[in-house]
Design a protein around this ligand. Structure first.
Ligand code: ADE
Length: 223
């Protein structure tokens, strides 16, 4: 999969993509990511890409021209399964959305900023708007990183154990069961006997039961 991220702050992504699973996905050639500095498409000498809002009011608006020119350049090189705009009023990111995005060959993410983007960008240039939750971030970069991370880990071969993405919370509409590691007894806090039993069928049944119980308790909306 290839992800293009259009941003005013490309260096914000440096660490995120050079560590852990995202880094491994890139090293293995399963993911490539390109950061495009929107200021490179500014139409003025000040490298600005925002302007006052028509009709007045506080906050600057990201202009359509730099974004349209940037997208035209990118689309001359590849076509996208989705061009995503990060916005707090977008469709909420969910595991189902991540699964869907992970099937696309190329996606492009436009990081929002300021008071928002000229409405014509939303209407005509992008294909999808995604929010990572009901709170307002100071920019779309963190949202883009969340989207890229949650999608990249689903690409076949990215996780070392193919089944581990399948047993993630939410993947089957349930949250994950509890997990334990050594020691089996820490100051009297014991690991459930069933996990030490060696009986895989009992363990699987217990895990499913725990998942259902936890989902009822913590996220009943999923049931
Ligand atoms: N930009 C600002 N807040 C955001 C949010 N919650 N999700 C996605 N993009 C955003």
């Amino acid at each position: 999969m290839h992800i293009d991220i259009i941003t005013l702050f490309p260096s914000m992504f440096d660490e995120i993509f050079s560590q852990s699973i995202l880094h491994r996905a890139i090293e293995k050639g399963l993911l490539s990511v390109n950061f495009i500095d929107l200021r490179g498409y500014s139409t003025n000498n000040y490298k600005s890409v925002d302007d006052y809002s028509y009709g007045g009011g506080a906050g600057m608006v990201m202009q359509i021209e730099p974004i349209a020119n940037c997208l035209a350049d990118l689309q001359a090189k590849r076509s996208y399964g989705d061009i995503i705009y990060t916005a707090p009023d977008g469709e909420q990111l969910s595991q189902a959305v991540c699964n869907e995005l992970s099937l696309k060959d190329n996606i492009c993410i436009l990081c929002g900023h300021y008071k928002g983007v000229d409405e014509r960008v939303r209407k005509h240039l992008i294909t999808r708007e995604i929010s990572i939750g009901d709170y307002v971030l100071s920019g779309g970069e963190l949202a883009a990183a969340v989207i890229a991370d949650s999608v990249a880990r689903l690409l076949p071969g990215v996780l070392s154990d193919e089944t581990s993405a399948l047993s993630d919370s939410f993947q089957d509409g349930l949250v994950s069961p509890p997990v334990y590691s050594r020691p089996a007894d820490y100051n009297g806090w014991k690991v459930p006997d069933v996990l030490l039993s060696g009986n895989q069928r009992l363990i699987d049944d217990w895990r499913l039961e725990q998942s259902v119980e936890r989902t009822k308790e913590r996220r009943p909306n999923l049931l």
